[in-house]
Design a protein around this ligand. Structure first.
Ligand code: AMP
Ligand code: MG
Length: 417
């Protein structure tokens, strides 16, 4: 009865009106799983593996309510994967990706299981995913599990990014499993419930492109446009319009990262969404002393994913996305490459526009003037020389402070203000 009630409700309204603690007749997650309805080449059905002793660490009640979920009905079992909420269609998503520039034709959700999607109170479709809920057909030699430290890290950093106004996946719950995971040492296991506009990555497109599976690619393209960029459905060339839209979203995102000194750390193509949300918080951090060469990932020996390299890497990743779309951009491959290349070459200008907007705001400029980029570059140059703290320096400027290291720069700034 519960299930059929849910089905009728979901089909008619998508989003049942919950009142906290009073939604006993409806399931906690009003699922509607569009990705699971896509061709079977794109995902594999898999159940979370139950754990020994699920315990809730925390529930993000505000996010739950935003999703139309009664937080009081979220249980440790749901957060750890022991209890499957009604209406879930658990799947692991297929994707490929370039990792540190090396192409891996099959990655996929090796330790993440998509339970389904809910349509939130604002009508936005959001994925509900368990990260660390056990092995999947994409686990390769991995255990499908996550350790407590990285789960807490992703929870905190993603919620901090959200609070800073930066597009990001969110954290709904975290639970410990009562089991150990074995990395260099034995660590407590945990599961994160991640919420995302979708988990579709540049690498998702690459998975089908490398297999020359145009049918799946076409289904994915249609799904992504309908889900993230519905205004492009009637574009003359939807694939090209999608490329432009993802470029714009990623340019905006990477510029916003720069504005808070954020270094993602692993900008592989499988860790770049097409929605424009930040995803996969691994060896990421917020820079302290300003140095554009700052790297946080211990395995990033050559600084590929250093702070200042993020725009160039975004462009490189977007070129990989463009490659997957060539067949849809123009029937003649050479012509398609010519068109796509011209688009990708425009990325630095698109990014600069966003970057300037972000940094103008950071130094209090309400209008745009000719020398602004130079003024900002000079500030950053002085900060680098003085090894000034990135965040604190901008806070000082906002509070009317006069950092000594910026003595040479302040007069021109005051003039400009
Ligand atoms: P990441 O570096 O976290 O973006 O992950 C890269 C790939 O490795 C993805 O396909 C993950 O699903 C997979 N992976 C990472 N950790 C594990 C794990 N503990 N078990 C299985 N697969 C994993
Ligand atoms: Mg990843």
């Amino acid at each position: 009865i519960k299930n059929s009630l849910y089905c009728v409700d979901a089909a008619n309204q998508g989003n049942p009106p919950y009142i906290d603690g009073m939604s006993d007749i409806l399931p906690p997650f009003p699922f509607d799983n569009s990705y699971a309805r896509l061709p079977g080449t794109m995902h594999a059905g898999v159940l979370p593996t139950p754990v020994e002793a699920p315990r809730l660490i925390t529930v993000n009640a505000a996010l739950a309510r935003e999703l139309g979920i009664d937080p009081a009905r979220l249980t440790p079992g749901m957060a750890a994967g022991n209890e499957l909420p009604p209406g879930a269609t658990p799947i692991a998503q297929a994707y490929a990706g370039h990792q540190f520039g090396q192409f891996v034709p099959q990655l996929g959700d090796g330790r993440a299981i998509l339970l389904g999607e809910v349509v939130d109170r604002q009508g936005r479709r959001r994925d509900i995913q368990l990260k660390g809920a056990g092995p999947t057909p994409f686990s390769r030699r991995g255990d499908g599990r996550a350790a407590l430290g990285p789960v807490l890290r992703e929870y905190l950093v993603s919620e901090a990014m959200h609070a800073l106004g930066i597009p990001t996946t969110r954290a709904l719950m975290a639970a410990t499993t009562g089991e150990k995971v074995y990395r260099d040492t034995a660590l407590p296991g945990a599961v994160l419930t991640r919420v995302a506009a979708s988990h579709i990555r540049v690498g998702t497109f690459q998975f089908f492109a490398v297999r020359r599976d145009l049918d799946s690619l076409k289904a994915l393209l249609g799904h992504v446009i309908a889900r993230h960029y519905p205004q492009l459905a009637d574009a003359a060339n939807p694939a090209l319009a999608l490329l432009d839209a993802v470029m714009e979203a990623q340019a905006a995102l990477v510029a916003r990262w720069a504005g808070v000194g954020f270094i993602h750390g692993v900008m592989n193509t499988d860790n770049m969404t097409v929605s424009g949300e930040t995803i996969d918080y691994g060896p990421c951090a917020f820079m302290d002393a300003y140095d554009p060469a700052t790297v946080f990932s211990s395995i990033d020996e050559y600084g590929r994913y250093a702070y200042a390299n993020q725009p160039a890497i975004a462009q490189w990743n977007l070129a990989r996305l463009a490659e997957t779309l060539l067949a849809f951009i123009h029937p003649d491959r050479e012509e398609a490459v010519r068109i796509a290349t011209a688009r990708i070459e425009a990325f630095p200008d698109i990014h600069s526009r966003h970057w300037l907007a972000v940094f103008r705001r950071k130094i209090g400029l309400a209008s745009a003037e000719e020398g602004d980029a130079r003024l900002i570059e000079e500030l950053l140059g002085a900060m680098q020389l003085a090894r000034a703290d990135f965040t604190i320096t901008f806070r000082e400027l906002s509070n009317g402070g006069e950092p000594a290291a910026l003595a040479g720069w302040l007069p021109e700034w005051r003039q400009r203000l």
